[in-house]
Design a binder for this molecule. Structure first.
Ligand code: ATR
Length: 277
């Protein structure tokens, strides 16, 4: 008799997807819990998300992550959604909950966990500036608001987009946009880069002084993409953290949704990832 191995099938959908670190992270988690699991990077054709996601689930897939540019498609694909997914209109984790396709978003929780548990930074009562008003910014706003900062502003190159984004979340907490020329009216504790400036290798440029001497800079990107904000932080003598911890924590939250275990992020795993960057 042929013995069939039962492997739990997971995946990440994106375009591009080649450089995704998620397979490495989830395979590491699975190994530590002795779970027989496959986690496949799937290069999804633009406009074909629903077809390809349905196909994966029909072939026995138990769940998957979603990265750019499909998080809104995944939101539409999910039948039921978590509160955060509903508020952000964006889904990064699909699971099957009581036989129904369920959408979650762990980006915001991963971001907060990294700040709180790994960096030891508490957002409560802090003055926060979020730079950028695209999908990445949108994903973390509700979780930041839940921490009750004393000030929360969005600055974006295109002001109108910052205004619109602030408006989306105004019922959850105090949030508004800020113009470039008004930045110097503030004294921010935390500056978060949620732009894609680093991906295009452009320079992060903001010349006014609008932060405290001991302000913390956090880039939601990592690797080469975080170099431009890191250089700016260093020029201004500010502490800097990249988004590698956020990537790991959001993965741990997704793994918990699927497997009911929340993996600890070890130094060994961090090292493993840094070597891949
Ligand atoms: P993502 O999903 O990664 O957030 P996005 O939705 O395309 O990507 O958003 C990219 C963000 O980076 C936007 O806030 C964009 O500013 P605009 O709204 O003005 O386009 C910002 N961004 C990208 N390149 C930039 C640059 N060179 N300078 C300033 N902001 C930039």
């Amino acid at each position: 008799m042929v013995r069939r191995e039962i492997i739990k099938k997971y995946a990440v959908f994106g375009n591009p997807i080649k450089h995704s670190l998620s397979p490495l992270i989830h395979e590491y988690f699975a190994k530590n819990y002795n779970i027989d699991l496959s986690y496949e990077p799937i290069l999804c054709t633009l406009g074909k998300f629903t077809v390809e996601a349905t196909n994966f689930l029909e072939k026995g897939g138990l769940g998957f992550n979603i990265t750019l540019p499909f998080k809104q498609d995944a939101f539409k694909f999910a039948i039921t959604k978590s509160e955060i997914a509903t508020i952000t209109g964006s889904v990064n984790t699909i699971s099957i909950k009581n036989g129904v396709i369920h959408g979650d978003n762990t980006d915001g929780s991963g971001f907060i966990t990294d700040l709180k548990n790994n960096i030891g930074y508490n957002l409560n009562g802090k003055k926060i500036l979020l730079v950028g008003a695209g999908g990445a910014a949108r994903g973390v706003i509700p979780n930041i608001l839940y921490q009750l900062p004393s000030e929360f502003k969005i600055y974006n190159r295109t002001l109108e987009k910052a205004q619109k984004l602030a408006n989306v979340f105004k019922d959850i907490g105090e949030i508004s946009s800020v113009k470039k020329e008004d930045l110097n009216k503030y004294n921010f504790d935390l500056i978060i880069n949620a732009t894609s400036i680093g991906i295009s290798n452009s320079k992060f440029e903001l010349s006014e002084i609008f932060f405290k001497e001991d302000a913390v800079c956090y880039d939601m990107s990592y690797g080469k993409a975080s170099n431009s904000f890191m250089s700016w932080a260093k020029e201004n003598n500010l502490q800097f953290y990249d988004g590698l911890g956020m990537l790991l924590e959001q993965a741990a939250d997704s793994f918990y949704i699927w497997e009911g275990e929340r993996p600890e992020i070890t130094d060994e795993l961090r090292k493993l990832l840094k070597n891949k960057l």
